[in-house]
Design a protein around this ligand. Sequence first.
Ligand code: IPM
Ligand code: MG
Length: 368
Amino acid sequence: MTRIAVLPGDGIGPEVIAEGLKVLRAALGPEASRWEFVEAPIGWAAIDQCGSALPEQTLAICKGSDAMFFGAVGLPARDATLPPAQRPETAALLGLRKGLFANLRPAILYPEFADLSVLRADIVANGVDVLIVRELTGGLYYGQPKGRTAADGGERAVDTMVYTTGEIERIARVAFEAARTRRHKLCSVDKANILATSQLWREVVTRLGRDYPDVALSHMYVDSCAMQLLRNPGDFDVIVTENTFGDILSDEASMLVGSLGMLPSACLGDGSLPAFYEPIHGTAPDIAGQGKANPLAAILTAAMLLRYSFHREREATAIEEAVKGVLRSGARTGDILQPGGRLVETGEMGDLVARAVEDWYVRNDRTL
Ligand code: IPM
Ligand code: MG
C-alpha cells in the first residue's frame, strides 16, 4: 500500500487539494485502490481542532507516509494573535520542510499560451521553461540567532543568513543534475557583491561546476536576475539560489506563466524522509470557499509527486498533457481569464482535467 499524507490546511488549501486528489486518482486509474490517502489537520484547521498547528498525530501520519501532499496554511488576520513560533507558517510549514533542502519550482509557459503571461507577447513568444531550484532549509528562514530584544528604548530584531559549504554543495548538485536532464544551462543567483554567504555560495558552485563540464554555468546577482527574468525569460533553464532569493524569484516567475495559481513545487531531501509537495501559492483567504481558486498549481503538484516520489513519469505526463488540453479548450479560472476564455469554477476545472486524463489514457494505453 502506498500511503500519502494529505494536508489541506487553510483558506483555499482544502478546495485545491480536493481537485489535486481527484486528478491524482484519475491518473492512477484502477491502481488508486492500492493507494491510501490519509488526511490530517494542519495550520488553523489543526489549531482549532487540536490546539497546535502541527499536532503530534499529524506529524506521525506524515512520518509514516511515502509522500506528503500539502495545500496551504496561515490566515493573516488570525496569525497575528499568536507568538511567531506558533504561527502555522512557522510551526507547521517550516516544521515539515525540515530536512527537505531542495525545493523544485518549475515555471513553464508554452508558446501557445503566451497570452496567459503578464509579459508582452513578443517577450514570451518562444515560451518560458525555467526550473528554480531553491535551497529550502538554510539562510534567513532557519538561521540563528533570530528574534527581537529591547534596545535603545525601542527594539532590536535580527535574522541570520547562514550557509555552510556542505549545504551549498548538496543543493548545487541537485541543480547541476537537473540541468543535465534539460538544456544543460545553470544560472546560480546570489548577492556576492555584498553578502559573505553569497561569496561562499559562488565559490562552492564554481568549484562544483568542474564536475559538470557539460553544463554551462553562469552567475547572476539577484537584483539583476529579477530584471532579466522579465527582460529575457526564455534565456533561463535552471536557476539555483538560496532560500529567500528563491522565494521571491519564484513568485516573480509565476507572473511569467500568468498566475501564482499555476506553479507547483516539490520539496525533496536525501531520500531518507518522505518528500513534501505543495503549490507555491498561499491560502488566499479573500477568495476561499467561493469556487474561485485555481486548482492547476495543486494538480500540477500531484504530477510532481508522481514523478519524483514514485517515478511514475507516464502518469505525470498524463496530468500535464491533460492540463494543456483543458487550457487549450479555453477553460479558465478567474486569475487567468482572458477575453474569449470561458470562466470555470475550481471544481469544474478539476473535473475537466480529470476527464482529460481519462481521455489521454484512451489515446495512450494505460497498461503500457
Ligand atoms: C512559499 C511561501 C512560504 C515561504 C511561506 C508561506 C512561509 O511563500 O512557499 O513560497 O516563504 O517559503
Ligand atoms: Mg513564497
